[in-house]
Ligand binder design. Structure first.
Ligand code: ADP
Length: 660
């Protein structure tokens, strides 16, 4: 019969053309016929009438265990004479590829009921099994995922709900399946759902959508959503799957990171500003403001270690975040049991709740916080200690809520406070120097004033004596010398007086209009008269250049520059002077060929009492001539400068504007 089916041309063609694998065996199990699809499944064509049971070389059970060929379903059907319906096996093809197959062997009998063989149909279910495996895997992932994975219809009805969703939103699967997704959406965000669904309907995905969703208990949770459309076989969107991740920790980490970055920036700028600053008040204000911001304190205050009339040492100096009146009734913190520690320089005091501290509330007169004082609970007090170990003061930070300050705040504030103490040390030093300086100016002013009077009388008396002496009196020459020395002294005293007037901003000016080249000529003549060592040459031929300035002061500058040129070029014998004019300014230069001035010194020689030590130390002077000259020219709106090369000489010049 087998042969009959297989050998009929029509049946043969039909069976061969079937997409399903079919083969037959005789009663002894020898393969008698198979179609192309069977060859495809076995991965080979067996030897007809020779090979037994199956064309496959290796068969496995669905669990992966080997199944001996003589126990394969076809063998069983022939041996037992029963049909086997749909036993699953795995065929391993010669190249190692595995296919899942459902077998349907049916025994064949002749008219007398004698077994003649069997026919087996093999159904390839590999794809189906693979997709089932994938599904199972996905289901396992969904079930075990920490993220909430939810699917819903396009109408927003929840259709699936995993453990992550239960964890995140608090609802069990039974509670939410069939309900509308809006139970998870805060009222003011309902619009979001419409927007999301519009995108999903268009087949688009929504990714990293940061928003808030509502927990069963009503609290809002920051989440990041990824929503994808679910499509049917034909590609129609039939719903949406939503993955929600709790981003609370991430948000917290981001906030902390941002806070760190801001703190760092603040620390950087504060470090810079306080180290560049020499003003105590400003430094303390910056430090108080910065530490208040850094710690998130409601207010910050700095108590300065200065004795007041009552001998109290912790005076409020700067405040941040609170009005000064808020502190008026506040006692000296040093006197309280809680804070004495800090103000004695023993260390930082950090209190989570001051009202619960056993040391709190025992001190006269307020026994706690004075009435009307800021409502303060959290406290942080950090001493600011100078290099010498002296407590310069204390930084106080407060907040109306408990436990606001942490160990990190403590470290931040003490970092700033140690920076501040260095800056304060410097500022204090600077203040002291300033004070000494002004004392010195005061003294110079007073001394030169006091010297001026006897000097004038001396001058007067000497002139009387001079006049009373006959032309040939041999004492006359001594009197003349004394008078010339008195003149020098009086010039020096005048210069000193000028310095103290400049410092006090009181150097008098009297402006007039005069011819500058004429003045230059006069001064050059005068100076030539008193020097025998140098020739003073006027190199320019401008004769008319009218300026509006203080004639006497300009003369003073000229005398100073020319006498310096003579003084500091002892080996030379010539001084060149030039006058020039541009459209808006007049300029005068005095050139010598003396010792010159190095680049570094050129900046400094215009400072008060500054003299170049090494070369000019044997030449007398007070180091104030250039300082006065610079002030005079600057106050005319002009510029005094020097160009010089050591060993070659210097050119000092000044410019003053033509129109005043
Ligand atoms: P003084 O001459 O009384 O010392 P000045 O203020 O006039 O004071 O000058 C300051 C310093 O500048 C001088 O001590 C000297 O070292 C330097 N200096 C001034 N003029 C010259 C110059 N022409 N050549 C070299 N050095 C000079």
């Amino acid at each position: 019969m087998i042969n009959t089916i297989a050998n009929t041309p029509l049946s043969y063609t039909l069976l061969n053309a079937l997409p399903v694998a079919v083969y037959t065996c005789d009663k002894d199990g020898r393969i008698t016929w198979f179609n192309d699809a069977a060859v495809g499944l076995w991965g080979r064509a067996p030897e007809k009438n020779q090979e037994l049971w199956t064309g496959a070389l290796k068969i496995l059970k669905p669990d992966g265990q080997p199944l001996p060929l003589h126990n394969c379903p076809m063998a069983r059907a022939i041996k037992e004479g029963v049909a086997i319906d749909g036993q699953e096996i795995i065929i391993e093809q010669p190249d190692g590829k595995q296919v899942n197959v459902l077998t349907h062997p049916v025994p064949l009998f002749d008219d007398d009921g004698v077994l003649t063989g069997a026919i087996n149909t093999l159904l390839d279910v590999t794809e189906q099994r693979n997709s089932e495996r994938k599904q199972a895997m996905l289901a396992a992932i969904v079930t075990t995922s920490d993220d909430a994975i939810v699917s819903k219809t396009l109408e927003g009805i929840i259709t699936s709900w995993n453990g992550g969703a239960q964890q995140l939103f608090g609802y069990t699967e039974e509670e939410v399946i069939g309900r509308h997704i809006t139970i998870l959406i805060p009222h003011e965000r309902l619009q979001e759902e419409t927007e999301i669904l519009t995108k999903i309907r268009k087949g688009e995905r929504v990714e990293h959508y940061k928003t808030y969703r509502r927990h069963k208990n009503g609290t809002e949770i920051p989440v990041s959503l990824a929503i994808s459309p679910i499509k049917d076989r034909k590609g129609n969107v039939i719903g949406a799957s939503k993955i929600a991740r709790n981003v609370y920790k991430q948000q917290l980490a981001e906030n902390t990171l941002q806070q760190y970055a801001e703190n760092l920036e603040l620390l950087n700028t504060i470090g810079k500003t306080i180290s560049e600053n020499l003003d105590v008040q400003e430094i303390l204000q910056k430090v108080t403001d910065a530490t208040t911001t850094l710690t998130g304190a409601a207010f910050g205050a700095f108590f300065y270690n200065k004795l007041d009339e009552q001998g109290e040492s912790y005076m409020l100096y700067t405040l941040s975040g609170a009005p000064r009146e808020a502190f008026e009734k506040f006692g000296m913190p040093r006197n309280t049991d809680v804070f004495a520690h800090t103000f004695n320089g023993l260390g930082i005091v950090r209190v989570d709740d001051i009202t619960k501290d056993p040391r709190y509330g025992h001190n006269h007169p307020h026994y706690g916080m004075p009435k009307g004082h800021l409502p303060v609970v959290s406290y942080l007090a950090v001493p600011v200690v100078s290099k010498s170990g002296e407590v310069i003061g204390g930084l106080f930070l407060g907040h109306p809520e408990a436990g606001r300050f942490t160990r990190e705040h403590e470290m931040l504030v003490s970092g700033v406070s140690s920076q501040a103490s260095v800056a304060l040390d410097n500022a204090q030093m600077y203040e002291e120097i300033q004070k000494l300086n002004s004392k010195k100016d005061e003294f110079i002013g007073l001394a030169s004033h006091e010297l001026k009077t006897p000097m004038t009388s001396l001058n007067g008396y000497l002139q009387i004596i001079d006049r009373s002496l006959g032309e040939n009196d041999r004492n006359k020459v001594f009197i003349q010398k004394a008078l010339s020395q008195i003149n020098k002294l009086s010039d020096l005293i005048s210069d000193l007086l000028d310095v103290s007037k400049i410092e006090a901003g009181k150097l008098p000016f009297s402006l007039s209009t005069f011819n500058l080249p004429e003045l230059v000529d006069e001064v050059a003549d005068l100076m030539q008269y008193s020097t025998k060592t140098h020739r003073i040459i006027i190199c320019s031929d401008i004769h008319d250049l009218v300026v509006h300035a203080d004639k006497q002061r300009i003369e003073q500058v000229m005398i100073n520059l020319i006498s310096n040129a003579i003084k500091y070029s002892p080996q030379a014998d010539m001084i060149n002077i030039s006058v020039s004019a541009s459209h808006d300014k007049a300029a005068v230069t005095v050139q010598d060929f003396g010792m010159g001035i190095s680049k570094e010194q050129q900046e400094r020689i215009f400072s008060r009492f500054y003299r170049v030590d090494d070369l000019a130390s044997h030449i007398s002077g007070l180091g104030i001539g250039l300082y006065i000259s610079k002030d005079i020219i600057t106050r005319h709106g002009g510029r005094l400068y020097v160009e010089s090369e050591p060993g070659k000489g210097s050119t000092f010049g000044f410019e003053i504007p033509l129109k005043q």
